[in-house]
Design a protein around this ligand. Structure first.
Ligand code: URA
Length: 213
């Protein structure tokens, strides 16, 4: 597993405003989107290209465009990952989008998969999982197993904040034969007894969309 922690003044600034409990949902959504676009620049560094001959106003040349077959796959984890989709697709509009619906049992912290919309065969696909909070790592480990069962061998997770406990778990539990990268805007101190990241930003889904009972 390769961990990339963004080190950039714009990222630090946006992350601080995002964490502030006084930041309202509309600003929060905008900041998440902007942070993901900045992270996506790092996360897509190894996208594959194919040759693309063109004619400029001056001369013919062979340029390069993103591989079309197969196209990269972006997978937001519902519900909070959905808030990251726009920011990712802005940079990579030709990617395909699949969905995984996962939630935590708040008592046991176990992961429940309640929905999925993914191709059966992900062989050769570069997959990008979007989930803002890498807390216990349980959701991400389950999502990676899901993709690996369908043949994915090249997986990048894009998160806003990670906890050291979750990163440790990924190191131990993700099959080392999978080419796996994690890109985060920040790594925080720890998890609290409820599985929340400290200092974190609270419940990312609630802050994006408001509280649903
Ligand atoms: N999920 C969240 O939304 N926030 C956390 O701090 C941990 C998990």
């Amino acid at each position: 597993m390769q961990l990339h922690v963004m080190k950039h003044p714009l990222v630090e600034h946006k992350l601080t405003v995002l964490r502030d409990e006084n930041t309202p949902s509309n600003n929060f959504r905008q900041l998440v989107s902007e942070l993901v676009t900045l992270e996506a620049y790092e996360a897509t560094r190894n996208l594959t290209l194919e040759e693309h001959p063109i004619q400029t106003p001056v001369a013919p040349m062979t340029g390069h465009t993103l591989t079309k077959n197969p196209r990269p796959m972006v997978i937001p984890i519902l519900r909070a990952g959905l808030g990251m989709l726009d920011g990712m697709m802005r940079l990579m509009p030709t990617a395909e989008v699949g969905f995984l619906g996962m939630k935590r049992d708040e008592r046991t912290l176990d992961v429940i998969t309640y929905a999925q919309r993914l191709p059966e065969d992900l062989t050769g696909r570069q997959c990008f999982i979007l989930d803002p909070m890498l807390a216990t790592g349980g959701t991400l480990v389950t999502a990676i197993h899901y993709l690996a069962e369908r043949g994915a061998r090249n997986i990048t997770a894009i998160d806003i904040i990670a906890a050291p406990e979750g990163l440790e778990r990924l190191k131990k539990e993700v099959d080392p034969s999978i080419n796996f990268d994690v890109v985060v805007a920040g790594v925080d101190d720890r998890l609290n007894e409820n599985g929340y990241i400290v200092p974190g930003l609270g419940d990312a889904g609630d802050r994006l969309y408001g509280v649903v009972d």
